[in-house]
Design a protein around this ligand. Sequence first.
Ligand code: CUA
Length: 355
Amino acid sequence: MKSWMRKLRALLVLGSFAILLAGCGKENLTALIPKGYGAERSYDLIILTTTVMSFVFLVVIVLLFTVIIRFRKRKGEEVRTPKQVEGSVLLEIIWTSIPIILVIIMAVPTVMAEFELADDSDAPEHLNIDVTANQYWWHFEYKDEEGEIDVVTSQDLYIPVGEKVYLDLYTNDVVHSFWVPSLAGKLDVNPDNVNRFHIEAYEEGIYYGKCAELCGPSHSLMDFKVIAVSPEKFEQWKDDMQNFDEEDLELDAVAQEGKDLYEQNSCMNCHAIGDDGPDIGPNLTDFGNRVNFAGVLEPTKDELVRWIIDPDEIKEDNRMKTGGYPEFNEDEAEKIAEFLMQLKATSVTPDDVDN
Ligand code: CUA
């Protein structure tokens, strides 16, 4: 290979790594910029283990090169066999104990962090939310002090900033994994048991959440958001959500037609607006304020129309099957989209958040 080609190849490889790794640094989507307690504990462990590993790597490299250089065969030199150290008790002790010490240095803080993060003894004193994973969306039920359902929502999880929030993880189908990289580590959502952990955000913001377990063809689209707002705004949000009555919505004429279509076509057999109703599909209360819908789509009229007409094309294998509900033409879909965009339950919105 010509030398310029080799250089070009190296440049291409480096360039693509740079582009690839640049994605890892996205604010509010990376464990490397922790913005919450769990993420910070993980980050500290990442730094600790990386330091230990780098130390090992460095020592091995230095030893390797020392040996290569010192014991190389020089010009005109006879081939010689170095002194054999096989069976040396001292050396055996050294290279057995060093790795054990290093493992202990990494294991003790890791195990301590595990136990600390798994301790849920103070859960009754904090906000508790049931999280239910579905192919491919997330459902949230806020509990009051008595454990009764207080507020129901989907996809956008509002939490008060600086407060511990306990999450109980359920699934309606397969195994998923709840992960908000900048706030906490990931935790599996299993059909057989309920996993509990807590998240806490240090600052206001919209944090990206992901399903981190391959759960089907649209696994990569199973996104959600955690929206951390001030405790005052959170109380306001909760209050608005609880007292929301869709009959009070001020809709324009087109949206009103959309609402009628929504009702006539039994959309509410799957989607609830308000706290009561089915949870076969995402709860649509406050849909008009969603950051995204269907996981990753912008909540614009065009995208909504596209979704309402043919969801299969966007999100393969999702439960809202194209043809599995009444068919809509573009005009009807536009009206429903208009209704959904005007479906706002609260004055606390993602736009309020300093991000
Ligand atoms: Cu749910 Cu991947």
